[in-house]
Design a protein around this ligand. Structure first.
Ligand SMILES: Nc1ncnc2c1ncn2[C@@H]1O[C@H](COP(=O)(O)OP(=O)(O)OP(=O)(O)O)[C@@H](O)[C@H]1O
Ligand SMILES: [Mg+2]
Length: 155
């Protein structure tokens, strides 16, 4: 499995972030330890910090270019790092079947790492054994506070 998160719990399952930088750094730490064939779903509202996490994750994979979120691009591939990174943003997906058009399965079952923002839009095309990360605000804890929960499948 992935990121060695379930068995030995090398990472906290809950990370409290107090800034965008915290979230990037947490992503970077996971990116440094990512293994081939990992799919990570990133859940969270608009502006929660999914792309910030992804940016850090890419840095952890030593990808030389910055991760962005271009409008109307379902998937952006990044090479040149330790592993290929496929960054999905499914926000504008109108139908999960659009994923077939880009040959999504090759990425989800390949040897790279997939990060998926708005995975719920992909419905049942998202692999069951994906790692799930929830990024949530807590209004009582300030504007920049985010709770990041990591949930790994038991495999
Ligand atoms: N602790 C934090 N972690 C991450 N981002 C934070 C934090 N505190 C404030 N921010 C701000 O929240 C915003 C997060 O933006 P980001 O694009 O990463 O969100 P997103 O979840 O990808 O949104 P979208 O659903 O629109 O793609 C940025 O403006 C960032 O500066
Ligand atoms: Mg985003």
């Amino acid at each position: 499995m992935v990121l060695k998160l379930s068995g030995k719990r090398r990472y906290p399952l809950v990370k409290e972030s107090f800034s965008e930088k915290d979230t990037e750094n947490f992503g970077e730490e996971l990116g440094k330890n990512a293994v081939p064939g990992t799919v990570i779903c990133l859940n969270g509202d608009l502006g929660a910090g999914k792309t910030a996490f992804s940016r850090g994750f890419a840095r952890g994979l030593e990808i030389p270019e910055p991760v962005t979120s271009p409008t109307f691009v379902i998937m952006q591939a990044y090479s040149g790092g330790r592993l290929p990174l496929y960054h999905f943003d499914l926000y504008r997906l109108e139908d999960p079947d659009e994923l077939y058009d880009i040959g999504y399965d090759e990425y989800f079952s390949g040897d790279g790492v997939c990060l998926v923002e708005w995975p719920e839009r992909g419905e049942d095309l998202i692999p069951d054994d994906a790692i799930v990360i929830n990024i949530q605000r807590d209004d009582g804890k300030g504007f920049d506070y985010r709770k990041i929960e990591v949930d790994c499948p038991d495999k």
